[in-house]
Ligand binder design. Structure first.
Ligand code: ZN
Length: 61
């Protein structure tokens, strides 16, 4: 897997999703994945997300 430079557009989108989520948006409505630091659609097939209980942001224990 090539080492991609951080995409500033992605970084901005993650920051925007973080702010929206802090404002009450459901984590399932994120367009970015906080866990993988990528677009949500790019890691939708990750085993972490294919489990029904999985979220793009991990729950606190
Ligand atoms: Zn992910």
């Amino acid at each position: 897997m090539p080492d991609k430079p951080t995409d500033s557009k992605l970084a901005a989108a993650i920051a925007r999703d973080d702010a929206r989520e802090a404002g009450g948006m459901h984590s399932d409505d994120r367009v970015t994945c906080w866990t993988h630091e990528c677009w949500a659609e790019d890691c939708a097939d990750d085993p972490m997300h294919t489990r029904p209980s999985a979220r793009h942001r991990p729950r606190r224990a």
